[in-house]
Design a protein around this ligand. Structure first.
Ligand code: UDP
Length: 452
């Protein structure tokens, strides 16, 4: 009997954080649909739910010595990722050697999340082709590359000068020098180390980004020129290949029924992503502002996501009552479905890159309330480049929240943003359709992976 020719296997290594797992699984699905075989390397926790149900045909392997979940809570996401990189290389190499034995050496490529840079070192040592997936915006990657070439100490001193802070980086409008500043994760050295490692391409032959030309053409061209390796923009990956079931937390579908009973474009959907913690004071001001706006709201409050606050139960009685009358609160929402619901008129977002893409793809304008540098950059683009959102800066106060909600949902200003978001939505959808830039880039990537 003729032996079936083995498919070419791609090994995917996501970082165990929701906002990174989701696009990696979407990429895996897109490659699988193009005829490649997929193996996903996971840690012992943070596994995608029911993999065999949602990803039939994928192989899942586990690195035994990965960090326990409690470390994520104890260290915070940034230091957790640093520690994974310091502790996982040996077990990852064992895992890949075993896979090579099992698969008769058929590994075409390792695609690793840019935050899992230890895989780059391992792939280089094992002489395996490798490609980096960047799950954040192209402009954010550009800002890290520019920053890595500066003298960090001198730069910090320079940034005390307001004129230099606001200066636009050459040929990269609207990126300003102050946008390059790292977020405050504590001492500077670990942040510098992390940034150096993330922009170090080692032996990678390509960089994949979850973005598209019509959103970030300047940054993509800059990266293509600067990095000297192929840059593939395949996004938005959730419409290139949707991959349900990669959520780490169960989604509360009851909110869809609640949305079904609301007027078209009346609801403000509130979610600050899967990582960030909020201060109780800000949550209270938001609650008052949302209630006072008289617009219905759907609010995601994750367990333990507010310092010193246990969720709706500890809001002052009056606000809690109003919140339950005007709003609906869940611990996790099916976000893409929510944003696509006709009742949703706006998104209060922390401007994580996935949330940003998901909102634009549904034509939903945003109230931007970013926490860290990457999100601030996204918020700047949302407000000033694509003009589909309102940025809230400084301390949040209830009157300001109320005004922002009204501007977005009720006023003509919001209607204009919605129109622009709808135009962008069509462009994004066209980019993943046959002949579109992301569609073509995926075809080119698959060719490269099959040849390597
Ligand atoms: N998400 C979701 N339901 C929620 C909250 C978040 O499905 O209630 C998803 C959201 O759709 C997005 C991801 O979690 O795909 C969050 O990623 P993002 O990059 O926006 O932010 P991060 O959590 O990484 O800060």
């Amino acid at each position: 009997m003729k032996k079936m020719e083995a498919k070419r296997r791609i090994v995917l290594v996501p970082v165990p954080l929701q906002g990174h797992i989701t696009p990696m699984m979407q990429l895996g699905k897109a490659l699988y649909l193009k005829g490649l075989s997929i193996t996903v390397v996971e840690g012992q926790f943070n596994r995608v739910s029911s993999p065999s149900q949602h990803f039939p045909g994928f192989q899942f392997v586990t690195i035994p010595e990965s960090l326990p979940e409690s470390e994520l809570e104890r260290l915070g996401a940034f230091h957790f990722v640093l520690k994974i990189n310091k502790t996982s290389e040996a077990s990852f190499k064992d895992c890949i050697r075993q896979l090579l034995r099992q698969q008769g050496n058929d590994i075409a490529c390792i695609i690793y999340d840019e935050f899992m840079y230890f895989c780059g070192a391992a792939a280089t040592e094992l002489k395996l082709p490798n490609v980096i997936l960047c799950t954040q915006s192209a402009t954010n990657h550009v800002s890290r590359c520019v920053y890595s070439k500066l003298n960090a100490e001198k730069f910090l001193v320079d940034m005390e000068d307001p004129e230099l802070r606001d200066k636009v980086v050459d040929n990269l409008h609207p990126l300003r020098y102050k946008d390059l500043l790292p977020s405050d994760f504590g001492p500077l050295e670990p942040v510098l180390e992390f940034r150096r490692e993330v922009v170090n391409k080692r032996t990678a032959s390509a960089l994949i980004l979850n973005t598209t030309r019509c959103l970030e053409s300047l940054s993509l061209s800059w990266l293509q020129q600067e990095l000297g390796i192929r840059v593939y923009s395949l996004g938005p990956l959730h419409i290139t290949a949707s991959a349900p079931g990669s959520s780490l937390v169960e989604e509360d579908m009851s909110c869809i029924e609640w949305l079904n009973n609301q007027k078209p474009r009346s609801v403000i959907y509130v979610s600050v992503g899967t990582i960030h913690l909020m201060e109780a004071k800000e949550v209270l001001e938001m609650a008052w502002g949302l209630c006072n706006s008289n617009q219905p709201f759907l609010w995601v409050i994750r367990s333990g996501s507010i310092h010193g606050f246990n969720g709706i139960e500890s809001l002052p009685e009056e606000v809690g009552k109003m919140a339950l009358e005007r709003g609906y609160i869940v611990k996790q929402a099916p976000q893409i479905e929510v944003l696509g619901h006709p009742a949703v008129g706006g998104f209060w977002s922390h401007c994580g890159w996935n949330s940003t893409l998901e909102s634009i793809v549904e034509g939903v304008p945003m109230i931007c309330r970013p926490f860290d540098g990457e999100q601030k950059l996204n918020a700047k683009f949302i407000e000033t480049v694509w003009s589909v959102g309102i940025l809230l800066e400084g301390e949040v106060e209830r009157g300001e929240v109320e005004r922002a909600v009204k501007r977005l949902i009720v006023d003509d200003e919001g209607a204009g943003m919605r129109e622009r978001a709808l135009v962008l939505k069509e462009k994004l959808k066209a980019s993943v359709r046959s002949g579109g830039s992301s569609y073509n880039a995926l075809d080119e990537l698959v060719k490269q992976l099959k040849i390597e």
